[in-house]
Design a protein around this ligand. Structure first.
Ligand SMILES: [Fe+2]
Ligand SMILES: [Fe+2]
Length: 322
């Protein structure tokens, strides 16, 4: 059997798993699944149909074993690293849930229908982290907002940078949702960088840690299902960027300029995340991020000028997501 014959059944398993079955899926297979379709890029209604099949019930998860693991099988250092990484996601999910509607206002009817499903995904991911922080980490609060407030002190500046930029670009879009250049800038920050690079890198780091150590089974199931949702978001986002540049080639400059801004901000990291506790060196995280970015760009045929290629090789390890 060739490698390709091996990977196809594995990707079918990723595609069709229920929430109960997804506990047995390896994160690397989900990451392959994200990229498998990138070259041909599914249409918005194909992605919408896939969403209807893959939607999972966040209230089906039982965090009982996770609570035991958290208190008895993880060290304080591991818990601290885990909370530091997850808080970027907790707030990232909430922010993209509230920033997406402005993007949904423009585009084709097919893209609007598809975007409604991504908004629902992001809302569900917010509830997933609300449950994790409340039930496993033990943050107190009556409302979703209370728990968000309680996890904010754990946020690092690597979250504030890209999500601050996204808030700025969403605000720009609010003034003119049809502006193609503003849409491309927003899409580059959100779909390419935040989802395609940051989110997938965090997923790989935390899910590999859980899988290798046999820890946090409900977190593993929910976050792997979240990663499978991300496959749709990244494919929809790359489709948007590719179609925008094909329709109006000078828009490629907007992608490059946005990446220049993002990579310049990425260099301003003063507090490194303690990822060693989860088994990752900064150099490994850097290579993971470079690979995530390069694969997406080459799969959809977006070329970079030499200055950007050079900056990408110097990416600082950072993690957050949505
Ligand atoms: Fe997403
Ligand atoms: Fe999400």
């Amino acid at each position: 059997m060739t490698t390709e014959q091996h990977t196809v059944p594995r990707q079918e398993a990723v595609d069709a798993s229920t929430l109960a079955q997804i506990r047995d899926v390896d994160i690397d297979d989900v990451l392959d699944y994200v990229h498998a379709d990138l070259k041909k890029l599914p249409g918005y209604l194909d992605l919408y149909r896939r969403y209807l099949r893959q939607r999972w019930d966040v209230y089906e998860l039982d965090f009982g074993q996770d609570v035991l693991d958290w208190h008895t099988r993880m060290t304080q250092e591991e818990r601290d690293a885990f909370v530091a990484i997850s808080s970027g996601f907790h707030h990232g999910e909430r922010q993209v849930e509230v920033e997406l509607p402005v993007f949904m206002l423009a585009g084709s009817e097919e893209s609007k229908i598809y975007m409604s499903s991504q908004i629902e995904d992001e809302a569900r991911h917010t509830v997933f982290f609300d449950r994790f922080y409340r039930e496993v980490v033990g943050l107190a609060g009556e409302s979703v907002q209370d728990v968000l407030d309680a996890s904010f002190p754990h946020i690092s500046e690597t979250f504030v940078g890209p999500f601050g930029l996204l808030a700025y670009q969403a605000d720009e879009l609010r003034r003119d949702p049809e502006d193609p250049a503003a849409r491309v800038r927003y899409g580059t920050t959100y779909f390419l960088w935040i989802e395609g690079v940051l989110a997938l890198s965090v997923m790989k780091i935390t899910l590999t840690y859980c899988r290798e150590r046999g820890l946090l089974p409900a977190y593993y199931a929910g976050f792997t299902a979240t990663c499978r949702d991300e496959a749709r978001h990244v494919q929809g986002g790359m489709r948007f960027l590719r179609d925008a540049v094909r329709a109006d080639p000078p828009l490629l400059r907007e992608i490059h300029e946005t990446l220049r801004t993002i990579l310049a901000m990425n260099g301003a990291v003063s507090r490194r995340l303690a990822l060693e506790a989860l088994g990752w060196t900064p150099e490994e995280v850097r290579r993971l991020m470079i690979r995530q970015l390069s694969m997406k760009l080459s799969d959809v045929g977006i070329d970079l000028p030499p200055d950007l290629q050079e900056k990408i090789q110097q990416i600082e390890p950072e993690v957050a997501g949505g």
